[in-house]
Ligand binder design. Structure first.
Ligand code: TZP
Ligand code: MG
Length: 214
């Protein structure tokens, strides 16, 4: 993987979503979010063609590099390869992981989503650098999500040794409920990008997350 990835890099993992842009430019919002302390960045644009992804990712990559924040692309392994991103975040299937590793090589970050213990263990065994586990709360950002209990989350964090980030419906108001689950960080879309001031929201979340993790 490129860095190597440290658990602290995953403290506050921001995932983009242009749904919330409100006429603002993604690059500007991302810069504001990184300036205010997000520790990891994923470009997730489900509606983008490969070409659009490449174009947007090039600009975002430059910004992330300036803030020394690891930058991964959701799903589009070839876009990640093409722009030399720090890595990708993919679904949990073993095949997808193997393909991503083959294309990106040993030095890139590959994050994998896991919705249960079995998937988490499989992802670690395959070689994933971290896993995203959720949804820990209900969320309207991803309507087809399935919830995971805190019990299962704890089971996962105590079983795998790679870093674990929780995802799904996490907000400034509910994140303290994750205390003691053994996670290494939180991963959010709407709690940052859906806020009137994404920079201020980032700063506040970072503070609260550090407190929750301590
Ligand atoms: N995967 C599981 S829940 C989710 C994803 C991508 C959505 C997270 O978005 P939000 O707004 O932080 O709930
Ligand atoms: Mg996916």
């Amino acid at each position: 993987m490129s860095y190597p990835l440290k658990k602290e890099d995953l403290t506050l993992y921001a995932i983009t979503d242009r749904y919330w842009l409100n006429g603002n430019k993604l690059a500007d919002v991302v810069e504001n979010v990184l300036k205010n302390g997000a520790t990891f960045l994923q470009l997730r644009e489900k509606e983008f063609s490969h070409e659009e992804m490449v174009q947007e990712a090039k600009e975002i990559k430059e910004i992330a590099a300036r803030y020394h924040v690891p930058f991964v692309i959701n799903d589009d392994i070839y876009a990640a390869k093409e722009i030399n991103a720090d890595g990708v975040h993919i679904g949990q299937s073993d095949m997808e992981y193997q393909k991503a590793r083959e294309i990106l090589g040993p030095d890139k970050i590959i994050g994998v989503s896991a919705g249960n213990l079995e998937q988490a263990v499989a992802a670690e065994k395959a070689g994933a650098d971290y896993i995203g586990v959720g949804a820990v709360f209900t969320t309207s950002t991803k309507l087809d999500h399935t919830r995971i209990t805190f019990e299962t989350l704890k089971e996962i964090t105590s079983t795998v040794s790679i870093p674990v980030v929780a995802i799904g419906g996490i907000s400034a108001d509910n994140l303290t409920q994750l205390k003691g689950t053994g996670i290494d960080g939180i991963s959010v879309i709407s709690a940052i990008f859906g806020q009137p001031d994404p920079g201020a929201a980032t700063k506040d979340l970072l503070h609260r997350t550090k407190e929750m993790l301590s």
